[in-house]
Design a protein around this ligand. Structure first.
Ligand SMILES: [Fe+2]
Ligand SMILES: [Fe+2]
Length: 204
């Protein structure tokens, strides 16, 4: 199923829409916690603190949007309150594993350096995705006349992508080559996630 079609099915069903928002909230929270976990307690910068704070806000904001679906459901991230729960949890962790493996093999990085480089590449790939996904979702929300909106997230995600690029440029003159590989891993995982979501909707 194409993303646009998937979203129009989800948005027109309040119970599904509540679970979708909760699923996005889970993924934002996973991303936020990964950024916080990769912070070096001594050398953490303004950009990284800002980024972590904003990703945590996205998780909270999406959770809050659930009220607008009229469903007071999804109190937690337990599987019954999520769409494609197993895959939605797997996606980001798997991307992290694949990118870390690549960095170990190609640049022989380890410990602190590996953690920081993985943060840069994983987050970059996710920001590229966020900059595609949220505008498509926002358009679908407007088409269906939904009260939910994600405009404030779109604005911050655009800033994040620019911030990741500027950090990547400092990290390596070959940053584009590494970033391309991270985006390839992410694209495959994203496709599989969409397939998992489609299968769940068809089965519902
Ligand atoms: Fe975000
Ligand atoms: Fe972001």
């Amino acid at each position: 199923m194409k993303l646009e079609k998937l979203l129009s099915i989800i948005i027109t069903d309040n119970a599904l829409h509540a679970k979708w928002l909760n699923t996005l909230s889970l993924m934002e929270n996973t991303g936020a916690r990964k950024i916080s976990a990769s912070e070096d307690p001594l050398t953490v910068t303004y950009i990284i603190l800002k980024h972590a704070a904003e990703e945590h806000r996205h998780a909270f904001y999406l959770k809050k949007q659930i009220e607008k679906t009229g469903k007071n459901a999804c109190p937690t991230y337990a599987p019954e309150f999520l769409l494609a729960p197993a895959y939605s949890k797997y996606y980001l962790n798997q991307l992290d594993i694949q990118v870390s493996r690549y960095l170990k093999q190609s640049l022989s990085l380890s410990s602190k350096d590996l953690r920081f480089a993985a943060y840069l590449l994983v987050t970059y790939a996710i920001e590229v995705r966020a900059d595609e996904l949220y505008p498509v979702y926002q358009e679908a929300l407007e088409n269906e006349g939904s009260k939910v909106n994600v405009k404030s997230i779109i604005l911050e995600e655009e800033g994040h992508l620019e911030e990741m690029i500027s950090q990547l440029k400092q990290f390596s003159p070959q940053w584009e080559e590494h970033a391309k590989i991270a985006v390839e891993y992410e694209s495959r995982l994203f496709e599989d996630w969409i397939t998992a979501l489609s299968e769940e909707l068809v089965a519902a």
